[in-house]
Design a protein around this ligand. Structure first.
Ligand code: PHE
Length: 342
């Protein structure tokens, strides 16, 4: 019997020699020690074949063998598990001294920033914001704005027509008509929108953005317009700036003005930006034409209005010294990253 115990011992010693993983240790342990199918477990079943006087000795021998085997497997298991843990530590090692990957925050597009800034300024003066339409019909874009068919002023804007009746909005001024049709004075609205003209050079793009402003109430005058625009330029271009009004022409305003801002680069002395004049043209505006008020059912003897249209790209280019409008549409992060006014 002792030989049999010895041979199982040798089998175990040989078997455990080249085990590499805790799983393999577990499998081999099962092979010998499983209570039902294990080699040592099965020895107990032979008890009935043993002469009664030898049974006690046999039982002890099997138990000793079992204890011995358990011991071997436990030692080995501990060693291999420690090795495996060490390997995991190596694999999952984190170098805490390695520089972190920086996550770059995005920022709003300069045009969106400028739009929001302008809205902030006028919201502070009590203006409401409304949305503009990108497709207009001829009546709202032109006729109701005192620019009937064949009016020479239609040539001021190169229009993309979609059909004889529909067109891509060339100006946000149609918002004046939509607003005055929908509500009666007092009116104080601001309307940002995309507009389209067949025009393409360093300072013009076929699609650009405007911000329309309209105030209609009793006794609105050019003084109200200048006062509001002064606040606007001071907030956007600096405390020291002011505006001046020059006579101009738009069919829907009378009188019409071109508004200049005093040069915020040189303070009015004359420089490259203002071409030596001390002034920079920034927007068109005027007193709402009586005919436009009448077109919308508002009595021009009782009410008057002011309107202005700000080119958002132009306002942005001036503020940040951008000399080509394309830079605002190319999505080049080297440009866009530099403008973060939020
Ligand atoms: N709509 C005019 C333009 O696009 C600007 C403007 C708006 C002028 C409101 C006067 C009043 O040129």
């Amino acid at each position: 019997m002792n030989e049999k115990f010895e041979s199982i011992k040798n089998e175990i010693l040989n078997g455990i020699e080249d085990l590499q993983s805790s799983k393999a240790v577990y499998e081999l342990k099962k092979h010998f020690l499983d209570s039902k199918s294990g080699k040592i477990g099965l020895l107990m079943k032979e008890m009935k074949n043993i002469a009664p006087e030898e049974r006690a000795g046999f039982g002890k021998g099997v138990n000793d063998l079992k204890e011995w085997a358990l011991q071997r497997f436990a030692e080995l298991d501990e060693k291999i598990k420690a090795k495996e843990l060490q390997m995991r530590y190596e694999q999952e090692k984190i170098d805490v001294t390695e520089p972190a990957i920086t996550v770059k925050n995005g920022n709003l597009h300069p045009i969106t920033q400028m739009r929001n800034e302008i809205i902030d300024v006028f919201a502070g003066m009590g203006f409401e914001v409304m949305e503009n339409k990108e497709i207009e019909n001829d009546y709202y874009n032109f006729t109701a704005l005192n620019t009937p068919k064949d009016h020479p002023a239609r040539d001021m804007q190169d229009t993309f027509y979609l059909s004889p009746e529909f067109l891509l909005a060339t100006q946000t001024s149609a918002a004046q008509i939509h607003t005055m049709e929908a509500k009666k004075p007092p009116i104080k609205i601001l309307c940002p929108g995309k507009v389209f003209r067949s025009d393409d050079d360093a300072t013009h793009s076929p699609m650009f953005h405007q911000m329309e402003g309209l105030v209609v109430d009793k006794k609105i005058t050019l003084c109200d317009l200048k006062g509001m625009l002064d606040v606007f330029v001071q907030k956007i271009y600096g405390e020291g700036t002011t505006t001046r009004l020059r006579p101009s022409y738009f069919p829907f305003t009378e009188p019409s003005v071109e508004v200049d801002v005093s040069c915020f680069e040189c303070g009015g002395k004359g420089c490259k930006l203002c071409k030596g004049t001390g002034w920079i043209e920034i927007l068109g505006a005027g007193i709402v034409n009586r005919k436009v008020l009448s077109n919308c059912g508002i009595d021009p003897d009782e009410y008057s209005g002011l309107a202005f249209g700000i080119g958002i790209e132009r306002a942005t280019m001036l503020k940040y010294g951008i000399n080509n409008i394309k830079l605002l549409f190319e999505s080049d992060l080297r440009v866009l990253d530099q403008i973060d006014n939020n």
